[in-house]
Design a protein around this ligand. Structure first.
Ligand SMILES: Nc1nc2c(ncn2[C@@H]2O[C@H](COP(=O)(O)OP(=O)(O)OP(=O)(O)O)[C@@H](O)[C@H]2O)c(=O)[nH]1
Ligand SMILES: [Mg+2]
Length: 439
């Protein structure tokens, strides 16, 4: 087994550069570079470090942790050097010159931790999420995923209990009070828990990629003014001339800790002979397909049949899970709005020439974002949960205890993948290729 090393502390120059070394050579490397034999485990000490010509590399702090009680489960040494590119480069070269020592690949430390049974696959994925987290909500979701494994272990335990009930029914059918319906009731409970976990995962995935919010509506209704208010910036040109916005324009805002890409679009009209305007409208319509939230902006001058057509297009083009919101803008004019059938759609009024005039819209967007990205204490990979859920659903339809067992056993295999190392190397390659070097 080779010993690996990496600069784990990120971009240089920085105050300190942390090098992490893991593998059987960790202690010999420390002894060789410090030219000192005795190192007390887990004790951080000052030392000079020397290259093979006995010339100084740097002055550093260093600490040695014997395995298996380490992150990777292997012997580990950490070096805290001065954070300059030249120091780091020289140190890396000296390490690479030692036999059986090489630079770590992406996520290789975590991969070793996984193979040495120090982490479950849920924890590995959670750690990846944590390193990538940019907002508070993403950070909390990452810890939810790291904890997710414990929930998978509980589900597995419950499924094993159901299986043992079923085995009793199979073996001693007439002589026991247990019925198939008892087992079905237990499966139903687990299924609803799994379905809740799937929703939580989908929400966390949305939060991780960020939400798409699209402003859509007739020319001059106030879309660009709303974008500027929500972004607290003068991002889009606003004018009283209809057709001011010709192309889609995206800006990023945060709503309740979620990154949202807010898109202003060209005003849509039923008919136009202007080719550029027609292209702008096509682009606006394309944005609807990937939107999580669509704000249909109407103003007192909008005609009700135009708004009805806009809502019809939205319904046709949008993704089934996305939310639609009608924004009755220019509320300050106190003029009547066109009649629109808006059953089941959220409606808010706004006044986009003032910041306070958009408060109701901000609050409604906040609650829609919360619905799309609910907080979850536990996160587990939805793909495996869905497969397990399918098997359990089939098991519920069985009238035969033996066939019910087969489906539950299959479901258990998917849950086992969430808890332990039955994951294939190619799946691991996919996960770890996303990691940073040094993790
Ligand atoms: N009184 C009033 N005027 C508004 C309000 N919102 C926008 N306006 C005005 O309405 C006009 C059009 O606003 P825009 O934000 O450019 O409208 P738009 O929907 O982006 O228009 P297009 O780019 O042509 O599609 C501008 O003169 C704005 O100042 C509002 O809430 N109240
Ligand atoms: Mg505009």
């Amino acid at each position: 087994m080779s010993t690996i090393f990496a600069l784990s502390s990120g971009t240089l120059p920085s105050a300190i550069a942390v090098f992490r070394v893991s593998g059987p050579q960790s202690l010999p490397i420390l002894r060789q570079l410090s030219r000192r034999k005795i190192w007390t485990p887990k004790m951080m000490e000052f030392t000079k470090l020397y290259d093979s010509q006995r010339k100084i590399i740097d002055e550093s702090m260093a600490v040695y942790f014997p395995g298996p009680k380490t992150f990777t489960g292997e012997d580990t040494t950490e070096f805290f050097l001065h954070g300059s590119q030249a120091v780091a480069q020289k140190f890396a070269t000296c390490l690479s010159e030692i036999e059986n020592v090489r630079e770590a690949k992406r996520g290789e430390f975590t991969r070793r931790a996984f193979h040495n049974g120090k982490m479950s696959i849920s924890e590995v994925r959670g750690l990846d999420r944590l390193i990538r987290s940019r907002t508070e909500k993403e950070r909390r979701a990452a810890f939810g995923q790291m904890r997710g494994g414990t929930r998978a272990v509980e589900i597995r335990k419950k499924l094993v209990e159901i299986l043992s009930k079923l085995f009793v029914i199979i073996d001693f059918g007439e002589h026991v009070a247990l019925e198939l319906s008892d087992a079905q009731k237990d499966v139903a409970e687990i299924l609803s828990e799994i379905n809740r976990l799937i929703l939580a995962w989908e929400g966390a995935e949305r939060a991780q990629r960020g939400l798409e919010i699209v402003l859509y509506g007739r020319p001059n209704s106030g879309k660009s003014s709303i974008l500027n208010q929500l972004a607290h910036d003068d991002v889009a040109i606003v004018s009283e001339i209809p057709g001011t916005t010709r192309d889609s324009l995206v800006t990023t805002i945060q709503i309740n800790g979620i990154r949202c890409r807010l898109t202003d679009t060209a005003g849509v009209r039923p008919h136009t002979n202007d080719v550029i305007e027609a292209e702008g409208i096509r682009r606006a319509q394309r944005r609807l397909e990937s939107a999580d939230v669509i704000c249909v902006v109407v103003d007192p001058e909008s005609r009700s049949d135009d708004v009805a057509k806009i809502l019809e297009d939205v319904e046709k083009l949008k993704n089934p899970e996305s939310k639609v919101l009608i924004v009755k803008n220019k509320a300050d004019l106190k003029l009547p709005y066109p009649e629109v059938s808006s059953s089941g759609i959220h409606v808010v009024s706004s006044h986009a020439t003032s910041s306070e005039g958009c408060q109701q819209l901000r609050e409604t967007l906040g609650s829609l974002v919360d619905q799309l990205c609910p907080e979850a204490n536990f996160l587990l990979d939805a793909e495996l949960l869905r497969k397990c859920s399918d098997e359990l659903t089939c098991s519920m339809l069985c009238q035969d205890a033996a066939i019910m067992c087969q489906h539950i056993e299959k479901g258990l295999e998917y849950i086992a993948e969430l808890t332990q190392g039955t994951v294939t190397e190619s799946v691991l390659d996919g996960i770890f290729s996303q990691f940073c070097i040094g993790k």
